[in-house]
Design a binder for this molecule. Structure first.
Ligand SMILES: O=C(O)CCC(=O)C(=O)O
Length: 305
């Protein structure tokens, strides 16, 4: 079954052939924990629609977009999240890292990303008590943005791979706004396993985490498929460290900004990577919140890791 409206999908500017793209499987929020575990063990991801409420998401949109509005990046009502086409972030904000840190630490956001409900879900997925990382990746992706194909192991599995990524949709994210995709069963493929074994993005500086093949090329070669869906406010996708993923391109002609966040939970019993825990986490490279693509003004290019 393929219920995706393929004409809205762009991956690095290309429309994928129909056989290379399909809908993510959905798991009901109230599904039995054993069913959630079974699906996670099989697919390395679970997608739970409506995990958070519209009110939770509205408060986050208000908190984040009103700050971007201060930087001249928003037009109209801030919570609508429409890019103005320009930015005065560099002129108006003294410290871009501090700016992004304040937004990333807002209460509206943290009460969701570090909520009891998410904590309990991650206990189920990790099959033991979990703990969230303090450092999180908030992403405001305007027209033309996309996340290249990669896995999270090279970032977050230095101390343990009993870690999961939780991706949260903070708005309506139809296919042309560039939602997350995962590459179906890529974690099981020997070529992917070999490429990821021992790779650490901060130590192995001569290598990038992003794959040189496009998602369409790799899906053809493995073979695999890109699994995605029209994300709604409060939907979440939780996935393992070895599953390849990225995002579709945001090609929204109305300049709507895709707002999302990714945060990691790990087994509490395992050693913690100090880069991501504590009151002043340094992040992957040690530069703190300033190293994230979110800290880059909306009219500038994103870096590639
Ligand atoms: O939201 C995105 O564009 C990519 C998310 C991602 O790479 C992650 O959650 O690890």
């Amino acid at each position: 079954m393929n219920s995706l409206d393929i004409k809205d999908v762009k991956v690095l500017g290309e429309t994928p052939p129909l056989q290379l793209i399909a809908s993510m499987q959905e798991t009901a929020v109230d599904a039995d924990p054993s069913e959630i575990q079974r699906r996670f063990a099989e697919d390395a991801y679970v997608c739970l629609p409506g995990f958070f409420t519209q009110d939770d998401v509205s408060a986050i949109r208000e908190a984040v977009f009103s700050r971007l509005d201060e930087a001249g990046e928003i037009t109209g009502t801030p919570a609508d999240g429409i890019y103005s086409g320009t930015s005065q972030r560099r002129e108006k904000i003294a410290d871009l890292g501090q700016f992004w840190r304040e937004i990333s630490e807002s209460w509206a956001l943290r009460r969701v990303t570090h909520s009891r409900a998410l904590h309990e879900l991650c206990d189920v997925l990790l099959e033991e008590a979990s703990i969230p990382q303090d450092y999180l990746f908030l992403r405001a992706s305007n027209f033309g943005r996309k996340t290249l194909l990669h896995s999270d192991s090279g970032f977050f599995a230095r101390m343990t791979d009993k870690v999961v990524t939780v991706w949260i949709s903070f708005g309506d994210i139809p296919l042309h706004l560039g939602p997350l995709f995962v590459m179906e069963k890529s974690h099981q493929h020997p070529r992917v396993k070999n490429a990821l074994a021992g790779f650490d993005v901060a130590r192995d500086k001569d290598k990038k985490a992003s794959w040189s093949e496009t998602p369409i090329e790799l899906a053809e070669q493995l073979p695999s498929r890109l699994l995605t869906r029209h994300m709604k406010p409060g939907d979440i996708v939780v996935f393992g460290m070895h599953l390849l993923h990225g995002s579709l391109d945001n090609v929204d002609s109305d300049q709507r900004i895709r707002l999302s966040c990714d945060v990691r939970y790990q087994a509490q019993s395992k050693p913690q990577d100090p880069r991501y825990f504590g009151p002043h986490p340094g992040g992957t490279t040690g530069a703190g919140y300033g190293e994230l693509v979110g800290a880059i003004p909306l009219d500038e290019e994103w870096h590639i890791r």
